[in-house]
Design a protein around this ligand. Structure first.
Ligand code: DGT
Ligand code: CA
Ligand code: ZN
Length: 573
């Protein structure tokens, strides 16, 4: 699918045009880019089926932009984009990827200080040259350095939800190749860590030449780092490294165990093996006479070590080995336990689907309920709902519920927690809603005591049910808010509020360590997608992964409950 590539070209064109002070065009390109990004269909398909006219039916796409899409589909590049890039000094557009640096500021840095790339930017910030420029304030240098750090972290590790579909695509491509007996994703990706450094894939085969050939010539391979009979590594166009290792079937379990990690977990296991006079490696579990006692499956390896099977998400050596020795591992929640989604958006605010479409998609997933929680009135950039529009939405939800069978739509709102901890709608309005998700979307840099007090105040509102993406972090853009997590969870417990595990690719908030703490404190949680389209409902697996990393059982997650049980928890029966 070329949608992402085309969208990113338009985003970049918008930035360059803005740097050159061109009026309105940047806005138009961004609008089109966003629409293309959110399309569920392949743009190329749309064009092949319906021609230029069909492209112009996409919101924000006029004739000019449609022609550029065609140009990309037919020729693989867009001439105007190439020219725009040439009009900028090399590297300058890279500056735009530093959080907090817009096109105007980047251009000013170039004109005044000749800064063309991130290294020069860092030098200038460290030598305090930037705060003297008119567009920049006193704290600009500090902010730029922080932005650079976030940018570099973003370059090193990528979000789980970005890497996972790419890895699955590779697995799908290799599965059918002759000689491949088994194939599995390993590493941090299999453990569902919220960010991953690379993609590790493990193949069982006696003869892997063909698999390696297919792997190295996949269309999204940018360059081949190494290609051999049992291990190959490539760099993808998406910017990440993929390692594929091949082992014989009899070692597949122990190799999968080894390459799933984590390293600390492996060290813990090896210690147990040694105590039992055994030797554990990626080749298998061996006794003193070098005879293999286990290795074909992971289950076999754990059993032979005297442990119950440890799910990949728990393998961090944070107590799981001890629990497995005593047979006291939790029975982790799984995607199939989920009965509904409590935080999603429709086109009433900034989502791309109607309430009915979202409901039908939830039904297709086998859910019992879905809450449509559009933004509240102060969220202007996301088309937040005035009270009047909210009341209309309540009526629309009633209509959809009358029409559809087998799914219940709950009318909710993602209500902004204002700077002082009060909420964006009055209590009289809030009490009309089935589910109230309260989230912070402004003033994210408050000091710890203030943020904590703000969240605690919001939790004291009797009509709030769920605390949406509690730390407000955003990969590559901003760090989490400073929150006293102990106080936050204590209050959640006291007031009966439900903190959220938000599964949006760029959020993943709460994190695994927070979840673990919440579970230990007996706080119930909700795993939501924050989906802005029907496709994004699929992201629930990312949040469930985080829940599993936090040792959640089914009972800890409120949206595994039936609608009736859920209503009791929300005190809405
Ligand atoms: P990442 O890639 O940083 O997101 O995290 P991982 O866990 O995928 O780490 P990676 O890709 O460096 O290695 C994959 C697995 O291989 C790792 O989880 C455990 C295993 N492994 C790598 N190096 C060592 C090592 O020195 N000792 C042991 N015991 N295992 C290792
Ligand atoms: Ca890895
Ligand atoms: Zn939301």
């Amino acid at each position: 699918m070329k949608n992402t590539e085309i969208a990113s070209i338009f985003f970049e064109m918008a930035d360059i045009l803005e740097m050159q002070n061109v009026a309105w065009k940047p806005v138009a390109y961004r609008k089109a880019a966003r629409a293309i990004e959110e399309l569920s269909e392949d743009v190329e398909e749309i064009y092949r089926k319906g021609g230029l006219n069909a492209l112009e039916d996409i919101s924000g796409v006029g004739e000019n932009i449609a022609n550029k899409i065609v140009e990309f589909i037919e020729k693989g590049k867009v001439k105007e984009y190439e020219m725009l890039k040439k009009s900028l000094p090399a590297g300058l557009s890279g500056l735009l990827q530093v959080p907090g640096l817009g096109p105007k500021k980047a251009m000013a840095l170039y004109k005044e200080l000749k800064i063309k790339n991130v290294d020069e930017l860092e030098k200038a910030a460290l030598s305090h040259k930037i705060s003297k420029l008119p567009l920049f304030k006193e704290k600009a240098e500090e902010n730029i350095l922080k932005g650079l750090e976030i940018f570099r972290q973003g370059q090193e590790r990528m979000p789980l939800g970005f890497a996972l579909p790419i890895a699955e695509g590779i697995v799908l491509g290799l599965k059918k190749v002759k000689g491949v007996e088994k194939i599995q994703i390993g590493g941090s990706l299999r453990r569902m860590r919220d960010t991953v450094k690379d993609i590790d894939i493990l193949v069982a085969a006696e003869q892997a030449k063909e698999a390696m050939d297919v792997f190295a010539s996949m269309p999204n391979v940018k360059s081949i780092i190494a290609k051999g009979g049992t291990k190959s590594s490539v760099l993808l166009k998406e910017g990440m490294q993929v390692d594929v290792r091949v082992v014989p079937l009899k070692s597949f379990g122990s190799a999968l165990q080894y390459f799933t990690g984590s390293k600390d977990h492996n060290i813990g296991l090896r210690r147990i093996a040694i105590a039992k006079k055994l030797k554990l490696s990626e080749y298998g579990l061996f006794d003193a006479k070098e005879k293999q006692v286990a290795g074909k499956t992971e289950e076999e390896v754990y059993r032979a070590l005297g442990l119950s099977y440890i799910e990949p998400e728990m393998r961090e050596n944070t107590g799981e080995i001890e629990a497995a020795m005593k047979g006291k591992l939790p029975k982790l929640v799984s995607v199939s336990d989920i009965k509904g989604d409590l935080h999603t958006h429709s086109n009433y605010s900034d989502g791309s689907n109607t309430i009915e479409e979202m409901a039908l998609a939830a039904k297709r997933r086998g859910y019992e309920y879905i809450c449509i929680s559009d933004h509240s009135k102060s969220e202007n950039i996301a088309n937040g709902l005035s009270e009047e529009r909210l009341f209309r939405k309540i009526e629309e939800v009633k209509r959809v519920n009358k029409k559809l069978r087998g799914i219940t739509v709950l009318c909710g709102s993602e209500v902004n927690i204002l700077d002082d901890g009060s909420l964006d709608y009055s209590d009289d309005v809030l009490k009309k809603l089935d589910v109230v998700v309260a989230s912070v979307h402004s003033k994210l840099k408050m000091p710890k005591e203030q943020v904590t007090a703000r969240l605690l105040k919001a939790m004291q509102n009797p009509y709030v049910h769920i605390m949406g993406h509690p730390t407000a972090r955003h990969f590559g853009k901003r760090e989490e808010m400073a929150i006293d997590m102990d106080a936050f969870f204590r209050a959640a417990k006291e007031y009966g509020k439900i903190p959220e595990i938000n599964s949006a690719v760029e959020r993943m908030d709460l994190r695994d360590v927070h979840v673990r703490k919440a579970v230990e404190m007996g706080v119930k949680l909700s795993v939501d997608t924050d989906a802005h389209s029907v496709q994004e409902l699929l992201n629930i697996r990312l949040g469930v992964g985080t829940a599993r990393r936090g040792w959640c059982e089914k009972k800890d997650i409120v949206n595994t409950y039936s609608l009736k049980e859920l209503m009791k928890v929300l005190k809405k029966q």
